[in-house]
Write a new protein. Structure first.
Lengths: 233, 235
């Protein structure tokens, strides 16, 4: 399975219509086939970054399925939908990604909901890292062996767990690049993280924060909130 | 047919090693799969933009061929070479592109693409990337009706550009809306005139021209002057 990750710069006054286009258009239209599904629809939480940004993640079975989807959007049955969406967003920036070897698995595409079932919104912290030249394999291994396990410990600064760990595929975005989709399970801990200095024991020698600086020192976090109808929460 | 368009931000002191790897190892290694070929290797002309940037374009028969190439690079026979290339650059920005309906280039006969590094003269291309504020389809249609058809009628001796290909981004692999013109420069002195001309392209005094009509769908684009290497398979 491969994943299409898109960040949409939405026209503010069209924000509701943009979301409708995904909920009432994209999600059910994809559900008519078996090899493509919308997984997540997120809004970037206002107050934490750029305004009117939506993030969508769509899963496709393989490269052939992705190429068929691209054909449908360029000149097939989804062309009109794409043209409609062009009027509702300033632009979208997409990349195509593959799961890291240690990434948790998602349900099969056939089990992804396609109806409009509503849930409580869920918060995610999406972290995107850019390892130093030649260091991506070391970074992926260290993140799997050290960082992933540290999230589940009692003393973790933020209570969250990795739902999906991805790497941008060659030719379909920036490289080297890794993105972690992390589901938050405690809002108070997040607020503490945001409003407190990071203690020395978290950043000192021997810590992940310290040692991982040999592999990368640039990343970006986004706080994303699922839409109530997002297929995955 | 799909094309993998990559812009490499090369580490300056490794620029020669990067090109040598592409020429002597990568080009033939990629071609071990008959569905994939490196077709262009282009240096961003110094003096016209960022330093040490290289653009490569790889042709692939299908989405499956692209997926196979990524597997070879991540875990297969190309992984060692991919790692060596990665250590010669800061980063690479890739996008998958497909020819628009009117593009002169639609298919490439992959079996005809050389992989032996044979040398030839250099060519220079003007790559224009545009980002419309209208629906993408309208921009592509404007290029067809107002630019491509006009450019084809210019006599050979007066021609500055030959539009060899026009691409749009294949879904999810880059920016939408975005489209790309790959134009071979046919006359360097005409290029000199273009760069040094003080003629004002005031749209209000050019009613009905492409420059004026173009402003109805976009006012942002970027031109890059790209020079082929002496061994680039297409040039």
């Amino acid at each position: 399975m491969i994943f299409i990750h898109e960040v949409h710069k939405v026209v503010g006054k069209c924000a509701d219509r943009f979301e409708d286009a995904y909920r009432d258009g994209w999600m059910p239209m994809l559900a008519k086939g078996s090899d493509v599904r919308l997984l997540w629809y997120f809004d970037l939480a206002h107050g934490s970054g750029l305004a009117y940004r939506a993030v969508t993640i769509t899963a496709v079975e393989d490269g052939a399925s992705w190429a068929r989807l691209a054909d449908r959007l360029a000149s097939g049955d989804l062309q009109q939908w794409a043209r409609h969406l062009d009027g509702l967003q300033h632009e979208s920036i997409g990349r195509i990604m593959t799961p890291l070897q240690w990434s948790p698995s998602l349900p099969p595409l056939a089990d992804i909901p396609t109806g409009q079932v509503e849930h409580e919104p869920t918060m995610y912290m999406e972290d995107t890292m850019w390892p130093f030249p030649g260091k991506i394999r070391d970074y992926i291994e260290a993140a799997g062996n050290i960082y992933r396990h540290s999230l589940g410990t009692e003393g973790a600064k933020v209570q969250m767990h990795i739902e999906l760990a991805l790497q941008t595929l060659p030719g379909a975005g920036r490289s080297p690049e890794v993105t972690l989709m992390q589901k938050l399970s405690s809002l108070p801990r997040l607020i503490t993280l945001l409003t407190s200095d990071i203690p020395p024991e978290v950043t000192g020698p021997g810590s992940w924060m310290h040692e991982a600086l040999e592999l990368r020192d640039q990343w970006r976090s986004k706080l994303l909130r699922t839409a109530v109808w997002s297929p995955l929460q | 047919m799909l094309f993998m368009h990559e812009t490499h931000k090369v580490i300056g002191r490794h620029a020669s090693a990067f090109e040598d790897l592409y020429r002597n190892e990568w080009m033939s290694a990629v071609a071990r799969n008959e569905d994939t070929r490196l077709v262009w290797y282009l240096n961003h002309a110094m003096g016209s933009g960022p330093a040490y940037q290289v653009v490569t374009i790889t042709a692939m028969a299908s989405g499956s061929a692209w997926e196979e190439l990524t597997r070879r690079m991540l875990d297969g026979d190309l992984s060692g070479l991919a790692d060596r290339l990665e250590s010669c650059r800061y980063e690479v920005e890739g996008k998958l592109v497909r020819p628009v309906y009117w593009s002169a280039l639609q298919e490439v006969d992959l079996t005809s693409i050389p992989t032996d590094g044979r040398e030839h003269d250099l060519s220079v291309y003007m790559q224009d990337t545009g980002w419309p504020d209208a629906p993408l389809d309208e921009y592509i249609e404007l290029w067809d009706h107002e630019y491509w058809r006009y450019m084809r009628e210019i006599p050979e001796e007066k021609k500055l550009l030959d539009i060899q290909a026009c691409f749009q981004i294949a879904h999810g692999s880059g920016i939408r809306p975005e489209a790309i013109l790959l134009q071979k420069i046919m006359n360097f002195s005409t290029l000199g005139n273009l760069l040094t001309s003080v003629e004002k392209h005031d749209p209000t005094t050019w009613p009905g021209t492409y420059m004026a009509k173009g402003l109805e769908v976009r006012d942002q684009w970027e031109s890059k002057l790209l020079r082929t290497s002496s061994w680039s398979p297409l040039w």
